[in-house]
Design a protein around this ligand. Structure first.
Ligand code: G3P
Ligand code: MG
Length: 248
């Protein structure tokens, strides 16, 4: 049985501004198995890495990502809100993240979360598949989303693409739903998995992976590593790696 993967949530988001190159670099340097990041489309249809639909929370700018061109987005500072040491950090495109990972010769798992719910980005799925194909990342990427329609479109474009279903509520028999959609994984909020050996057992039986989010406390990490699920998405990859060494 493989070890549970430690997947850095928005990079090492407890230690650097989320979804930026310094955050991903820090996570890679910590020795993570995977990175999770969130994507949106700019006004000129570039895939940019940011969590919110708006830039207000994580930059010195204001407005919706969809209303700003990449050049306009690049004018803002996405680091100072977190810590002045990161002042003038720019919003990255997905391709810039991939370039960084190539430069670092990092070959881990990339979890691309498609943020298409509050703002809908028609055609984002084709753009993502193109980027993944151009960079030969097919077997290293898992797409996830709370918008399962997007994931269905991903599968229609590229049958071999792996998808993980994000969810927060207690769905009945989610392994059957995953099978129906051809999903490789479930990505439940961690309270759903915690103390739920039945879910873990059923998914194992059906070869459906469980990658759970967002787990930052030692107590929860411990419980989940004991279950030997497939992946844990965390803002504190250093802590997760330390706890994993104890139990696996
Ligand atoms: O992909 C796991 C997690 O990132 C989902 O929620 O809101 O942090 O993107 P959120
Ligand atoms: Mg996310």
């Amino acid at each position: 049985m493989e070890k549970t993967k430690v997947i850095a949530h928005r990079g090492a988001a407890a230690y650097a501004p989320e979804n930026t190159l310094p955050s991903f670099e820090k996570a890679v340097d910590m020795g993570v198995d995977g990175l999770e990041l969130d994507v949106h489309l700019s006004k000129d249809r570039e895939v940019v890495v940011i969590h919110d639909e708006r830039i207000d929370q994580t930059s010195n700018g204001t407005g919706f990502v969809k209303d700003l061109t990449l050049a306009e987005l690049k004018n803002f500072d996405f680091g100072s809100w977190f810590n002045m040491n990161f002042c003038q950090t720019k919003i990255p495109t997905l391709e810039e993240v991939i370039e960084l990972l190539d430069r670092k010769k990092w070959t881990g798992l990339l979890n691309i979360e498609i943020k298409s719910g509050i703002v809908i980005y028609p055609g984002i799925e084709e753009k993502l598949i193109d980027i993944v194909r151009e960079n030969n990342l097919g077997d290293r990427v898992i797409f996830s989303s709370f918008n399962h329609q997007c994931l269905k479109v991903i599968k229609e474009i590229e049958e071999k693409a792996e998808i993980g279903l994000l969810y927060v509520s207690n769905i009945i028999d989610p392994w059957l739903y995953a099978e129906y959609l051809g999903a490789a994984a479930l990505h439940p909020e961690f309270h759903i998995v915690y103390n739920n050996p039945h879910l873990v057992e059923k998914c194992r039986e059906k070869s459906i992976a469980i990658n759970t989010y967002t787990v930052d406390k030692e107590k929860h990490l411990t419980g989940l590593f004991k279950y030997k699920i497939d992946g844990i998405i965390t803002n504190k990859p250093d802590l997760a790696l330390k706890v994993r060494r104890k139990y696996q």
